[in-house]
Design a protein around this ligand. Structure first.
Ligand SMILES: Nc1ncnc2c1ncn2[C@@H]1O[C@H](COP(=O)(O)OP(=O)(O)OP(=O)(O)O)[C@@H](O)[C@H]1O
Length: 242
């Protein structure tokens, strides 16, 4: 990573009562990287994402983005600065059209339906869903719905996109489609931080992997190094497998 990192997290913790869900995590992400975050259930991955996007405030630590301290900024301010994330398409959103769903991302930065629709169409085009823009989202397959979630994040025109288990429940073909999509967007300059359970996907996704265990960073490095690390195997797959 040369120069100032895009995202610079220093000693961030989050306490829920007696539980330290995130415990002193530091992480730098450079522009153009794809970094995967793995770890057992309850390791603190989603809590860490929520600290980054502002849904939660850290108990300790600092988060800098594009050189600015954003630790106390609200989620919509962070989104305007260039943070995008996927959110699952909820039941109520499936009654909206594919285009309307994608427009939700555009509204964050733009005023007016027309501007948001133009940007949303461009986002749908980049995920290969432009031909389905007028369909109800409920008509989409699960794989298409995940691509729509990515389109909604892209419509926010973010610098960094946080993907929270976008592969869950997808078949091999759909996983390959999303992998190709992320790599294409990455080549076009987007940075990704990805929570992923499927280790085959993690290997295909990224050169750099971060492992969280009980809130703390257990290991960090390239995928092969990290996934063959004994402490990681024990934490992630259980001591018997190590
Ligand atoms: N709002 C909350 N209040 C209290 N405890 C919470 C809250 N959110 C998360 N936790 C706890 O914090 C810990 C970390 O949870 P988190 O969801 O971040 O883990 P995770 O690594 O994303 O897990 P999974 O892989 O199962 O999604 C868990 O013990 C969880 O029960």
């Amino acid at each position: 990573m040369s120069g100032e990192p895009l995202l610079d997290v220093t000693g961030v913790s989050k306490r829920f009562g007696g539980l330290k869900a995130v415990d002193g995590v530091s992480l730098k992400v450079g522009a153009g990287e794809i970094v995967s975050i793995i770890g057992p259930n309850g390791a603190g991955k989603t809590t860490f994402f929520n600290l980054l996007t502002g849904q939660l405030r850290p108990t300790e630590g600092q988060i800098r983005f594009k050189g600015q301290d954003i630790t106390r900024l609200r989620p919509h301010h962070r989104a305007r600065l260039g943070f995008g994330r996927t959110f699952q398409i909820s039941q109520t959103m499936t009654s909206l059209s594919v285009l309307e769903n994608a427009m939700i991302g555009g509204f964050l930065k733009l005023r007016g339906n027309h501007a948001a629709a133009v940007r949303a169409m461009a986002a749908l085009d980049s995920v290969g869903l432009e031909a389905k823009a007028d369909r109800k989202s409920s008509e989409l397959t699960l794989g298409e719905r995940r691509r729509l979630e990515v389109a909604r994040a892209i419509a926010m025109e973010p610098d960094i996109i946080l993907l929270d288990e976008v592969m869950a429940g997808l078949n091999e073909t759909e996983i390959t489609e999303i992998l190709d999509l992320v790599h294409r967007l990455n080549e076009a300059g987007k940075t990704f931080l990805v929570i992923e359970h499927n280790l085959k996907v993690v290997r295909a996704f990224s050169r750099r992997v971060v492992v969280l265990d009980r809130g703390a960073m257990l290991a960090e490095g390239n995928a092969e190094e990290v996934l063959s690390n004994r402490a990681v195997i024990e934490a992630y797959l259980g001591a018997s497998t190590a």
